[in-house]
Ligand binder design. Structure first.
Ligand SMILES: [Zn+2]
Length: 254
């Protein structure tokens, strides 16, 4: 699937050049480029799309369990409060951290691990606008710079999540070579655009199923009213509905 997608897009570009040189109207040349490029664009830009390589989007479980994931930290204001909220609700989470932020707040990373949670990889600089088209060297640097920050404190991430879920053609080779799997999500909380913590909790509860991966964020990009509060409300609602937040067995990931 991956090769055919790439080959299709390359053939489309070649066909476009041939048609353009033959004097065909630019509208038709453009149409060929768009149609042949669509599968590749879909695979790169749609967070759960599997076209270029496997993306984990849920896990197998017979119990009412979910995998809570929190992106974009660590954050000196939010992370300590998030850890308190998790402790209060007896929830476990995986923190997909940004390497340069981890570098500035290493004690927070150690505290996350110390409290029984997990640290995963969310690039070094969070290049959300350019990651999809980055060359292989840049992708490898984004991975290695963060690994170099985390490895001296004994943290070895097993999971990688692309910024805003937008992937890159070199990602699977680069993550596999570093022992990481690409993880997406099942339920997006939309906390990064929400105004009301209660609305976030309601949306998540409507969509959650056993084995769902929940996507939350921390940090200053969230509205003040929503920061940490949305997570708190959602965890209460999940507990009331009989759900537990666990770190899933890697063999159960799908
Ligand atoms: Zn992010």
């Amino acid at each position: 699937m991956r090769r055919s997608l790439l080959l299709g897009s390359i053939l489309g570009i070649v066909a476009g050049i041939v048609l353009w040189r033959a004097g065909i109207h630019p509208i038709w040349v453009g149409a060929v480029l768009v149609v042949t490029g669509l599968p590749l664009a879909w695979a790169l830009l749609v967070p759960g799309a599997q076209g270029l390589g496997p993306v984990v989007t849920r896990f197998e479980t017979e119990r009412r369990e979910v995998w809570l994931t929190i992106d974009d930290g660590p954050d000196p204001e939010d992370t300590p409060r998030v850890l308190e909220v998790l402790a209060r609700h007896r929830a476990h989470a995986t923190f997909f951290v940004v390497g340069e932020r981890a570098d500035r707040h290493l004690p927070l990373i150690q505290e996350i691990v110390h409290r029984g949670h997990e640290v995963a990889h969310h690039t070094h600089t969070h290049p959300e606008a350019t990651f999809w088209c980055a060359r292989s060297g840049r992708v490898e640097r984004e991975l290695d710079d963060t690994l170099a920050v985390l490895s001296p404190i004994g943290v070895v991430p097993r999971w990688f999540r692309a910024p805003v879920g937008i992937k890159n053609v070199f990602l699977w080779t680069a993550t596999a070579a570093r022992g990481m799997r690409v993880v997406g999500w099942t339920v997006r909380s939309w906390d990064s655009v929400a105004r009301d913590p209660e609305a976030v909790a309601k949306l998540v509860l409507r969509r959650v199923r056993p084995g769902s991966i929940l996507l939350f964020h921390e940090g200053p990009r969230l509205r003040p009213a929503v920061r940490v509060a949305a997570l708190d409300r959602t965890l209460k609602a999940l507990t009331d509905a009989g759900y537990a937040c666990v770190l899933p067995d890697p063999a159960s990931l799908r």
